[in-house]
Write a protein that binds this ligand. Structure first.
Ligand code: ADP
Length: 758
């Protein structure tokens, strides 16, 4: 047993090293110098305890000598003996003293036995190390090692052995048992090394493969792009869609939805039943323009020029359109209020939409709403439906290829309602500037911004348009054309177009103005110019035959050629007008196809005072007939017997039934009065106006159309309600000149002027 005074102490993470030194003054924590005597006490059992008592240390340690202190401060100690820590204490001068005694060793290991086991270990070790970069170093090291203990010592920094395990080795007195323990630890270490080596290697390979894969992928993409550019026909659809989605500039939700569908397409492959639907969807959404177009300043003079170039007349609508463009310019917007063009067919409502697009330098698209009954027609079918399709609005946008077309919604008055929802409410959303920037078509399932679309609606009548929808729009009336305007339209637009379509040159055909006028007056009977266009087409076709057969001379067509060339009989609108009989009076009516004249016929038949009404009359018209009857009875009290002994039969010929029932009031009254007084009224006199029971005449609608129709039909004098005099400013001067227009406020005035009463 020796008691060693210790002057210095070095604390390491693993153990406290106590060493002797001659220089007492040197402070603690110093690294021992070479060949200094060292006593190692294996680590404190509880590192948190600072007192120096026997039970705070492992009871066995080692002695040794400091052999090497390297530049990094590592201390290499050659150990000598295992010692028991018998006592530890603190001197009054604060130095520490230890009492240690050497532990006996049981030398029970055969040298030769250890040698063979060491060789086996070395072989294992070099095999385990063979895959590593440091295998060379391992081999060199193992050559030098002569005992299992040193081998364990050399490898211990890499071996994961707990202090308890290490201490267990130190504690063992039998050399053979100690060697066996170390051997076991070494073998375990080798196994762990192998396994983790494999794991590391495979992990490394995994990373390597990953990096390699992404590098190859990038390279492939680059090469594929090059190839695609050289052979655009070889790009697969999926790639094409991927590219389109990336380039389309879709909003976030649209992109997500498109990618979702694309992933489905990738998974489903080519053969699935759903593939077609997925394709269609991607085709559709990637074909849409998601780009916002710039708002351009429109030169009003240029715009006006374009509108005038495309359409003759239409002064008022054009004026209103220019106002709209001016407002759009000032507000820097691409859409203004929603215009509703109302008028008879062929009055240019749709075609002026195209012209507006041209004037604005924007794309034009026409969406027909006639006969639309399902909400899905506007808003699309959900994709879960078989044969699902986008609605007409998004379809129109798709056709236009831009996000800001001029979209003409044709025939909004022909929207129906069915059990499949109300299309007009969907349309309401389309036209609502508050909502239409996120219009969601069911088929697309993602919002689309319609706020830059310029919507224009057309209709023949406003009667059937639901009022919430009508409230959104600003009405512009297309009243139809006068014969003079029609002549101009025919000469400037319709005829040149027809001739071009038939391949006829200007030098080959001449159609005289007289012939054109005759076509307008005798072969058409319309507010617009659709029929006229058809007649001109027919004319040009038959002229084409004459030109082909001829010897290059110019073919001239005059009024006398029309009958044959048009292969039609002139319309005799004044047929009935020739028969002047009591009880028959001409009225003016407004129908969906423009103005019309109608003949109201009345007759007394033997009976007992009944009122018989025939013809397709609405309830309002029947009421008007009743009023007319009462009114005439009161005006002709001396004819009471006539009414009592007869039935009064009133007939309104089919086809001329006015949509605004009450406006026939004056005509009905005059007809009955004419019958009762037995005084015929000139059929060249026409009239319109609502009549009250007291005999006053009040305002009606559609005056310009009615007067135009009267003029077309050869009427010379027209009675209109005095209340409508204001509207005469909308009637073209040409008509006002040709017709004698008489505003009246009392039925009596009409009866007097027509000679029924004196
Ligand atoms: P709507 O839509 O009112 O039924 P459209 O716009 O289809 O009528 O017009 C029918 C045809 O008549 C078109 O070919 C159009 O170009 C022509 N047309 C109508 N009005 C005019 C006009 N004022 N000037 C020139 N062509 C016209």
């Amino acid at each position: 047993m020796i008691t060693i005074p210790v002057y210095n102490k070095l604390i390491t993470p693993y153990s406290d090293i106590y060493f002797q030194t001659d220089t007492v003054s040197e402070s603690a924590g110093r690294v021992p110098s070479l060949n200094e005597k060292v006593v190692i006490i294996i680590a404190k059992e509880d590192l948190s305890r600072y007192e120096y008592t026997d039970d705070s240390f492992y009871p066995i340690g080692v002695t040794g000598i400091a052999e090497e202190v390297n530049a990094q401060g590592f201390l290499k100690i050659r150990t000598a003996n295992r010692v028991n820590l018998d006592m530890i204490g603190v001197n009054p001068d604060h130095s520490i003293y230890l009492t240690v005694s050497k532990r006996p060793e049981v030398e029970d290991l055969e040298e030769s036995d250890e040698y063979t086991r060491l060789q086996a270990l070395k072989a294992e070790l070099s095999e385990a190390a063979s895959g590593f970069r440091w295998s060379e170093w391992v081999n060199q090291y193992t050559q030098m090692v002569d005992s299992i203990g040193s081998l364990a010592c050399g490898l211990s920094p890499w071996m994961q052995i707990s202090n308890e395990e290490k201490y267990a080795v130190l504690e063992e007195d039998s050399v053979a048992a100690r060697t066996e323990m170390l051997e076991k630890m070494l073998y375990e270490f080798l196994e762990v090394t192998k396994v983790s080596g494999e794991a590391t290697a495979s992990q490394q390979k995994k990373y390597q493969d990953m990096y390699r894969e992404s590098a190859i992928r990038k390279q492939m993409e680059y090469l594929q792009k090059e190839l695609d550019e050289m052979h655009p026909e070889n790009v697969t659809d999926i790639q094409r869609f991927e590219q389109k989605i990336a380039e389309s500039g879709m909003n976030e939700s649209a992109r997500k939805e498109a990618e979702k569908v694309l992933n489905r397409l990738k998974q489903e492959g080519q053969s699935s039943a759903e593939t077609g639907m997925l394709y269609d969807y991607l085709d559709f959404v990637t074909g849409l323009s998601w780009k916002k177009e710039d708002t351009e300043y429109i030169n009003l003079d240029e715009a006006e020029k374009i509108l005038d170039e495309d359409h003759t007349g239409l002064k008022k609508p054009k004026q209103r359109i220019l106002q709209q463009i001016a407002v759009m310019n000032l507000r820097k917007q691409q859409q203004g209020s929603i215009l509703l063009f109302v008028g008879a067919p062929g009055t240019g409502k749709t075609s002026i939409g195209r012209s507006i697009a041209r004037a604005l330098g924007r794309k034009y698209v026409r969406v027909s709403l006639g006969g639309v009954r399902d909400e899905a027609d506007i808003r699309g079918h959900r994709r879960t439906y078989i044969g699902a399709m986008p609605g007409r609005i998004m379809d129109g946008i798709s056709k236009s290829g831009v996000s800001n077309p001029v979209m003409v919604l044709d025939e909004v008055d022909k929207l129906g309602v069915s059990y499949n929802g109300d299309p007009s409410s969907a349309l309401l959303e389309v036209l609502d500037p508050e909502q239409n920037n996120t219009f969601t078509d069911h088929y697309m399932n993602v919002p689309y911004d319609l706020s830059d679309v310029m919507f224009i609606c057309t209709a023949n009548t406003t009667d059937t348009i639901p009022s919430p929808l009508l409230d959104r729009m600003e009405i512009i009336n297309f009243t139809g054309y006068t014969p003079e305007e029609k002549l101009q339209i025919a000469k400037e637009h319709l005829l040149p177009k027809s001739m071009e379509a038939m391949g006829i040159d200007k030098k080959q055909l001449k159609i005289s103005d007289k012939a054109l006028k005759a076509i307008i007056s005798d072969f058409t009977m319309e507010a617009g110019v659709r029929g006229l266009r058809k007649r001109l087409d027919t004319l040009c076709r038959s002229a084409a035959v004459r030109i082909s057969k001829g010897n290059g001379e110019k073919v001239t067509i005059g009024p006398e050629d029309l009958r044959e060339a048009l292969d039609a009989r002139p319309v005799h609108h004044d047929k009935a007008l020739r028969n002047k009989r009591s009880g028959i009076v001409t009225g003016m009516a407004w129908t969906q196809v423009g103005g019309e004249i109608l003949y109201i016929e009345t007759l007394f038949t033997k009976g007992n005072g009944k009122l018989i009404i025939t013809g397709q009359l609405g309830d309002v018209m029947k009421e008007s007939a009743q009023i007319a009857l009462s009114l005439v009875k009161s005006m002709f009290p001396d004819k009471a017997e006539l009414f009592e002994k007869n039935d009064l039969h009133i007939h309104v010929p089919e086809g001329a039934v006015p949509k605004d029932g009450p406006s026939a009031g004056i005509t009905l009254t005059t007809a009955v009065a004419s019958l009762v007084a037995d005084r015929p009224v000139s059929p060249k006199i026409a009239m319109t106006g609502e009549v009250s029971l007291r005999g006053s005449v009040s305002a009606i609608g559609g005056l310009p159309e009615k007067l135009m129709a009267a003029e077309r039909a050869g009427i010379t004098k027209a009675f209109i309600p005095a209340e409508n005099e204001e509207d005469l400013k909308d009637v073209s001067p040409e008509i006002r000149e040709k017709l004698e227009i008489r505003p009246v406020s009392e039925v009596k005035e009409v009866l007097k002027e027509t000679g029924i009463i004196d």
